[in-house]
Design a protein around this ligand. Structure first.
Ligand SMILES: Cc1cc(-c2n[nH]c(CCNC(=O)c3cc(-c4ccc(F)cc4)cc(O)c3O)n2)ccn1
Ligand SMILES: [Mg+2]
Length: 214
């Protein structure tokens, strides 16, 4: 029977990447997406911006919204300090199953908690279920119409502290206009746009980095 794109991506990782070597996993996925099939990973160009933000923030607690196949999950987790915790939410159970295997291949399973379900359901449970006080870094890469409501939800649930960083993918393509409008005009955030391209294409896209001011 026909395989899915995430299954073919995992096969490429298992064929071309070295177990326990996160950078080789990232490289194998980027090669697959450039040479074989486009897929909605943050990609190598925006991935470098992501890496620099993660390195600068050096977070102890990270929330990723939108795991997909685990590409950015692996990129982030490979840069975290020893006792840091990364929680990542994936809505699609099939993609979650693939992501678990990609994360395992990279050898990062003990740093990452992958949760299947919708952000709106899980954000209010973060404190009780995972013992999280606040997130030092949130990577928004899920359904584009959920960036704004989920940011407001994180504020309401007390999951952001003075200095928490929100990093949002796809603010131009596919675009998150209501989120950009809110975050750029809110006195509670200081925002910065990192111009780049939609993964593996020449179309414009970028990451919006915002500091919560409390
Ligand atoms: C509600 C909720 C949702 C989730 C959740 N889990 N997984 C995701 C993935 C969402 N990502 C995207 O849709 C996405 C799309 C494109 C794209 C597609 C087609 C084009 F033509 C151009 C660009 C590019 C990207 O970079 C993207 O990130 N969301 C998890 C939890 N709760
Ligand atoms: Mg994205």
């Amino acid at each position: 029977t026909q395989t899915t794109r995430p299954q073919r991506m995992l096969a490429a990782v298992q064929k071309n990447a070295t177990r326990g070597d996160p950078r080789s996993v990232v490289k194998a996925i980027d090669q697959f997406c450039r040479q074989k099939e486009w897929a909605m990973n943050v990609g190598d160009e925006k991935g470098c911006i992501l890496d620099s933000v993660v390195t600068e923030v050096n977070p102890a607690t990270v929330l990723e919204l939108g795991t997909y196949c685990g590409y950015s999950t692996v990129r982030i987790a490979s840069l975290l300090p020893p006792d840091a915790k990364l929680i990542t939410l994936e809505f699609n159970p099939h993609n979650a199953a693939i992501a678990r295997q990609v994360i395992a291949w990279a050898g990062l399973g003990d740093k990452i908690q992958l949760v299947e379900g919708a952000s709106g359901d899980w954000i209010p449970k973060m404190k009780e279920k995972f013992g999280i006080e606040t997130f030092d870094l949130v990577f928004l890469d899920h359904w584009k119409d959920r960036y704004l409501p989920d940011t407001k939800l994180m504020e309401e649930c007390g999951l952001l502290r003075k200095g928490s960083i929100l990093l949002a993918d796809n603010v131009i393509s596919p675009g998150t206009p209501d989120y950009l409008e809110y975050i750029r005009n809110s006195p509670r955030y200081k925002s910065q746009y990192f111009r780049s391209h939609l993964e593996y294409t020449k179309a414009e896209d970028g990451l919006e980095k915002s500091v919560f001011l409390g």
